[in-house]
Ligand binder design. Sequence first.
Ligand SMILES: *Cc1c(COP(=O)(O)O)cnc(C)c1O
Length: 379
Amino acid sequence: MQIQTTAIHALRGFEHHAVIPPVHLASTFALDPATDSGAFAYQRGSNPTRAQLETVLAALEGSEHAFAFASGMAATAAALSTLGVGDEILLPASVYGGTYRFVGQVLPGRGVTGRYVDHLDDLTDEDFTPATRAVFVETPANPTLRITDLRRVIALAHRHGALVIVDNTFMTPVLQKPLDLGADVVVQSATKYLAGHSDLLAGTIATNDEQLAQAYRLAQQAQGGVLSPQDSFRLIQSLKTLPLRLERQQANADAIVSHLRGHEDIAAVWSPGSHSEHEARLHASQASGRGAVLSFELAEGLDRVTFLQALRYPVYAVSLGGVESLICRPATMTHEAMTPQARAAAGISDELLRLSVGIEDLGDLLADLDQALAASRIR
Ligand SMILES: *Cc1c(COP(=O)(O)O)cnc(C)c1O
């Protein structure tokens, strides 16, 4: 079954021959007095609607286990809940801002150290110590779109007994499946492409490891940051169009990258694989597409604020993956929690703009970018 079919038909057979699943709002479920057990007991532990979503997520990922959380950060926090006193985790300098905040402000209180590496592809055996328990990967990186060799990092980490956790938010299982390459855990902010309409906050974890799955089940039960039945249902519905949306978003993004590259008003354009031939080959070997996020800098002589004000369609806002195009300035928005030095190390300049391309008509998007560029030339 191809992924677009899985997205539609992973769940079958509902009461009354309904073609979509019901929403079960119950917080508690009757138990058998003889055994004090039942398929479900209390909504936090599990409930039929979240369980159905988790079935769809596992089917899309091709994983043994999947878990739905109330946000991407709740999922990331759960994925990092297996680390304890004395443990160390390696992360790329350009890691998602919320993850950076969690690693810097929450993990130290648990005795866990986060150590940053400018670019994970430069990782060597010397970077690992006996305390290194995990490597956290984002490829493509945000917003630089630099590529990390997943197979290489996985082999290196496993040689040192460290877990590999991949934040796959930018690619989704439609374009990249890190578990198939040997990664231990995949986390995603479902708020982005999986939900796809900028109308819901959610996070997911997928793994094939039974022991890790138990830890994530415990995180749901003990920390309680689970997805509600209503949002679980809405995410099941959104996932049905994920491959379709992404296909259109990616086609639009590819065309916009081609249009901006070599444009006299643009100083630089970045997309997955654009940094070098090597990264292009690498990305093509581990993902089936470039996704729909790109970043660029305006040429000298253009005014950034005027450009952003002149845009008619891309909304100036954080987040990504929605059907509407979104544009932001990472240095002051998504990555403002990082120190200026950390941003510089990650290659995030103050002028860099990140564009998440939506499903609008391509001609309209190109014409809009061109008129905004023309309007922002300082005469
Ligand atoms: C948005 C995002 C997160 C956090 O997800 P929330 O749903 O906002 O909590 C984590 N990783 C990446 C790459 C993201 O873009």
